[in-house]
Design a protein around this ligand. Sequence first.
Ligand code: TYM
Length: 327
Amino acid sequence: MNRVLSGIQPTGELHIGNYLGAVKNWIEMVKANETFYTIVDLHALTIPQDPYQLRTRTLATAASLLALGLDPKRCTLFIQSHVPEHTSLSWLLECTASMGELSRMIQFKEKGGKRESVKVGLFTYPVLQAADILLYQANQVPIGEDQLQHLELTRDIAKRFNHHYSKVFVVPEAVLPKHATRVMDLQYPNQKMSKSGNSSLGTVFILDEPSVIERKIKKAVTDAGSEVVYDPKKKPGVSNLLELLAASLPSGKAPTELAGDYPSYSTLKAATSEALIELLRPVRRSYTELISDQSELEAILKMGAVKARGVASATLSVAQQAMGLSV
Ligand code: TYM
């Protein structure tokens, strides 16, 4: 049985990139693996947060994951800050990572580069992510393509630690979805879809009403010409729609195959919005129910933290001993 770990930021409202790029695999993987999923509220602190909003959004993220179909009885779902071993191991790993390798992290360059005063936590963020994964001895990590560099760093840190001290950590591997590994912004198809995109029309949220989804897809930027072809370099807008369609349909058809089924951009857009609306229809209903019972959500997360701590504290203790700390 594989051990799986993945994490998500507590943005409150997930977008379709989060779902198709990662969470869909999380849900699938609970069936035959031992799975740990964490809402990374400590990572969220690397950029300014309103305390009330952070708390609210953390719960909303949990409700969203469950509404998408994550079964809390079959996985361990927890809030990162409820398991203090994450920050303890992170310090040990910080003392094995180098400034050079952290400086090369693309997400740090993108987020840090835009800010006048960059917090130290934003720089060391990928080490905390490595701790999240290594604490659970996870061998599989379901993520979207944008997290591959962080996973590579995690692998490097694990191998270095194992080589320098003793073989403490499992070296994990990424699990990417078949389609939609990097969902692009609908208005700026050369940029990754994200919660804080440049345009409110660029991101489809999992709780968007059908009419909103329809409008966003209708207004999605397409490319020169009129032929529906899958070519992410020459036709990034159309290719993104084809990826979204392929990932949303149950048929499992690849984007290249689907391209031939649509004679025009407008027929492709109509099919894509219909597929997304159908996919997300039950999610909105289920979310409303889940978020109205906060004590139930809190109970699930508390139980998750207890289970997670059992595994995390054992690994931390082995790592501490390997490094010569007296435990
Ligand atoms: P986060 O919260 O930005 O995203 C959560 C997951 O969604 C995927 N994702 C996407 N996939 C495809 N297309 C997109 N446009 C898109 N946007 C987001 C991400 O790849 C991710 O899998 N640092 C991480 C959270 C984290 C983590 C971890 C992940 C912390 N610790 C340990 C894995 C393992 C992050 O900010 O993801």
